[in-house]
Ligand binder design. Structure first.
Ligand code: ADP
Length: 191
């Protein structure tokens, strides 16, 4: 994991790498409503975390989430063999031109995931760039929403969990775009 930016208060970190390798209390999965696996970061999480995660997702589908997890909502499971303690699954919006509440749904993913982390007392949470892969959400627009929603959450809960939030990008280009859109300057002194 390569860290590019840490906010002055230490609560927000931007990094490039494979989110499944991060030692953080929770990593967020950009899941689909079925919770039964998919490609992208979802595939990577299930394959690195092992079958325990899918087992718990199946149990959720058999019980409280019979219809699946709606877009914008979040739910936590075990992290199986991952270094993280929990996986917080959230379902991003599929981009359909921007007039179908995509922005609000994406905001909700970040808010609900942070609320789950707060409820579970998880101190460190890592987000991938939800919806910007297979779901086709424009990356710059998603970058703005992700940052803004997390800042609003932190401003509203200065003393509570989670303490530290990671934004993890798979490529340097995506991280650069995120930093640029949110006017963050790379801190070369961080390793
Ligand atoms: P969605 O269906 O919500 O668009 P994807 O998994 O297709 O989800 O993509 C979301 C983002 O996660 C993309 O920007 C993709 O590059 C990134 N990604 C994919 N695999 C990983 C990984 N192992 N670690 C971090 N980010 C990843």
């Amino acid at each position: 994991m390569k860290t590019l930016y840490r906010s002055p208060d230490g609560r927000c970190i931007v990094a490039v790498g494979d989110i499944t390798t991060l030692e953080c209390d929770a990593i967020v999965n950009a899941a689909n409503s079925s919770l039964l696996g998919g490609g992208g970061v979802d595939g990577a999480i299930h394959s690195a975390g092992g079958p325990q995660i899918l087992e718990e997702c199946r149990t959720l589908r058999a019980g409280p989430l019979k219809e699946g997890l709606p877009p914008g909502r979040a739910v936590a499971t075990t992290a199986g063999r991952l270094p993280a303690k929990r996986v917080i699954h959230t379902v991003g919006p599929i981009w359909r031109g921007g007039e179908h509440h995509e922005d609000e749904t994406l905001e909700s993913c970040y808010r609900e995931s942070l609320a789950v982390a707060a409820r579970e007392g998880l101190a460190c949470v890592a987000f991938p760039a939800i919806s910007t892969g297979i779901y086709g959400f424009p990356k710059v627009r998603a970058a703005r929403i992700a940052w803004k929603t997390v800042q609003e959450f932190l401003a509203g809960s200065p003393a509570s969990m989670p303490r530290v939030i990671w934004f993890v990008f798979f490529s340097e280009a995506d991280a650069a775009l995120f930093m640029n859109e949110n006017k963050l300057t790379e801190n070369k002194s961080i390793v």
